[in-house]
Write a protein that binds this ligand. Structure first.
Ligand code: TXA
Ligand code: MG
Length: 321
């Protein structure tokens, strides 16, 4: 069982960088969720990610770098990418770009695609780690495939503690949802996954973007029908708590009867940060059904962060394959 060490401890960070450079896996915090990191240029190290997660191979991974400059050495930036990076990096946004001729990212990392997914994380000690490694780090969320993404080091230890040599602990993640994935590898900008940065904020900068349809691109893990799945069944948009259910509220709609509230003040940032941890807490042995209150921004379930939270909830509620 690996013991979590503080990412702010420079000797732990140095050890993590050495492990990563030698092809080992290290879990580390970002502002979105904890990542299961491997050297993105080392196919064997990346293969280990899939093995440890039990993740289907066709899913391309995000490579993390400490700066926009490092990102644009790996992916071809146009004017759209530059303005997006200028505005949202470091932060919870991933850009999919055509790989540069000199890009050393392993093909397994991009699942054979000629595009690469790149992110400069907002959490500064994570960037310190990336600078210390000096190579792009591929990192999906640090959970077993199809399970809830971890937002604390303790979640990672439960999921993967017996399978990886080191977990870096940076406390609970601020955002609590994976990054927004924006595909700028073609002429039309496409939103592949909603996340911490809203569609409207992006459109304000580069004009209208398309929403990717499930099935019209390579299968992304965020697009698999049942990816964010607790063991218990979920009932969404619940306004009452039925027999045999535990209730996950939003905005104190069922005061007294609810077991937990994503945000009693209907704050979507707070709800996003709590989402995976509360699903995990309610998904305990003996609980077979979790009812979840409607999540919305002033009544609109597709507005702002409500869209990303509802996307995750729909996947968690989808029939299991
Ligand atoms: O917040 C996050 O993004 C977290 C933290 C650890 O940074 N990472 C994460 O990685 O969620 P992952 O591997 O679970 O998500 C990768 C997403 C998927 O939706 C995947 O399909 C998409 O990025 N993606 C990666 N490379 C792509 C590519 N070349 N073309 C299209 N989509 C790509
Ligand atoms: Mg994941």
């Amino acid at each position: 069982m690996s013991v979590a060490r503080q990412i702010s401890d420079s000797s732990a960070r140095r050890e993590a960088a050495d492990l990563l450079r030698s092809g080992e896996l290290v879990a580390f915090p970002t502002e979105t969720v904890y990542g299961l990191g491997a050297d993105a240029t080392n196919e064997t190290a990346v293969a280990r990610i899939f093995e440890v997660k039990g993740r289907p191979r066709f899913n391309p991974l995000i490579s993390h770098v400490p700066s926009t400059e490092a990102a644009f050495a790996l992916g071809q930036a146009d004017a759209r990418a530059e303005v997006i990076a200028e505005t949202f990096w470091p932060g919870p946004l991933t850009l999919v770009l055509k790989r540069t001729a000199a890009c050393p990212i392993a093909w397994l990392t991009s699942a054979g695609l000629d595009s690469v997914a790149l992110r400069v994380p907002g959490f500064s000690v994570a960037r310190d780690l990336l600078s210390e490694v000096g190579r792009p780090i591929a990192a999906p969320s640090a959970n077993r495939s199809g399970r809830i993404s971890p937002t604390t080091a303790a979640h990672v230890a439960l999921e993967l503690g017996d399978r990886i040599p080191l977990i870096l602990d940076g406390g609970p993640c601020d955002v609590g949802l994976e990054s927004t994935v924006l595909d700028l590898s073609g002429a039309t900008a496409r939103l592949l996954r909603p996340g911490g940065v809203n569609r409207s904020e992006i459109e304000a900068l580069i004009g209208p973007i398309e929403l990717a349809q499930a099935g019209d691109t390579i299968t992304a893990p965020g697009m698999l029908a049942s990816h964010y799945a607790p063991d218990a069944a979920l009932r969404l948009n619940a306004t009452t708590c039925q027999m045999g259910e535990v209730f996950l509220d939003f905005g104190s709609t069922l005061s007294g009867e609810a077991e937990a509230d994503l945000s009693s003040s209907s704050d979507l940032m707070e709800a996003a940060a709590n989402l995976f941890a509360l699903l995990r807490a309610l998904d305990r042995p003996g609980v077979t059904r979790i009812a979840v209150a409607p999540i919305h921004l002033h009544g609109d379930p597709e507005s702002g962060l409500a869209a990303a939270i509802n996307d995750r909830l729909r996947r968690a509620a989808a029939p299991r394959g």
